[in-house]
Design a protein around this ligand. Structure first.
Ligand code: PMP
Length: 285
């Protein structure tokens, strides 16, 4: 069975799933998106992703051509049409085709694109032993310029930092904000554990407020762990007992070094392992 992609209001074989070269999503990165996991054939944290999608759209003054209810149905239909049991959905909304100028008022027909696929994960070895990170010199977008809370189609900020990580031989890179505080990684949120307290930067630090981040914070509270959103600098990570990342693709993955400093005892820590287990249980729920 060929892969079916939702575009222009219907499911079509992927070879026929096309948008205009005049679409401002392509020309200017003018649009928003979501990445969502499918576990056991079900859309994981569906409402949370739909809410964030519509919030991102609202923030860039993009009118989504479907109601949230119809969007949810379109996502479910796309997953079912492709028989995806465990996989990933990419949901994209573009501004639509327009002129070659940036003016969004000269575009029409915002496009909703839904792709359901399998997912490529970090290698198991990294879950067992943890990731190394470096700090990128590329800072996270200043929220006064473009709020990192918008999951927009313009990911160049993160892409530049990702390349720095790859240059250094790491699969992720830490991004600071314009104040030199810890923000997040290029596609994942960051947490530390210090003296039994779980800490993560607040949304005001200039982060994408991850759905996985929020789910893990809830799980930690349920597990009786004290959770704080707090401003942090790299020193806090260098001297943490544990560190881990969260993301739709990554789930929960330990970080064992940053900029050549070993974190804790250099192995995935007990709180990290417990939260990964709890998170996996949630995905199977
Ligand atoms: N930060 C950034 C910059 C991201 O792109 C993502 C999503 N890949 C995350 C954090 C994690 O967010 P979520 O848990 O919603 O996937």
């Amino acid at each position: 069975m060929s892969v079916q992609v939702y575009v222009a209001g219907k499911l079509v074989p992927k070879e026929e799933a096309v948008v205009s070269v005049f679409d401002h999503g392509l020309l200017y990165g003018d649009g928003v998106f979501e990445g969502i996991r499918i576990y056991g054939g079900k859309v994981f944290l569906e409402q949370e992703h739909i809410d964030r999608l519509y919030e991102s759209a609202r923030a860039i003054r993009l009118d989504v051509p479907l109601t949230p209810k119809d969007m949810i149905q379109a996502v479910r239909d796309t997953v079912a049409a492709n028989g995806i049991e465990n996989g990933y959905v990419r949901l994209v909304i573009t501004r639509g085709a327009g002129t070659l100028g940036i003016d969004p008022q000269r575009t029409s027909n915002p496009q909703v694109i839904i792709i359901a696929d399998t997912i490529s994960l970090y290698p198991q070895e990294l879950y067992d032993n943890g990731l190394a990170l470096v700090t990128a010199s590329t800072i996270r977008n200043h929220s006064g310029a473009l709020s990192p809370r918008i999951k927009s189609l313009n990911y160049l900020n993160n892409i530049m930092a990702k390349l720095e990580g790859k240059d250094a031989g790491t699969m992720e890179a830490l991004m600071l904000n314009h104040n030199g505080e810890v923000a997040e990684c290029t596609g994942d949120n960051i947490f530390i554990v210090k003296n039994g307290v779980l800490k993560t930067p607040p949304p005001e630090a200039g982060i994408l407020e991850g759905i996985t981040r929020n789910a893990v914070m809830k799980l930690a509270v349920e597990a009786g762990v004290e959770v704080r959103e707090s401003t942090m600098v790299r020193h806090d990570i260098y001297t943490a007992d544990e560190c881990f990342l969260t993301g739709t693709a990554a789930e929960v993955i330990a970080v064992v070094s940053l900029d050549g400093r070993v974190i804790g005892d250099g192995k995935p820590g007990p709180v990290t392992k417990d939260l990964l287990e709890r998170f996996r249980a949630l995905t199977q729920g």
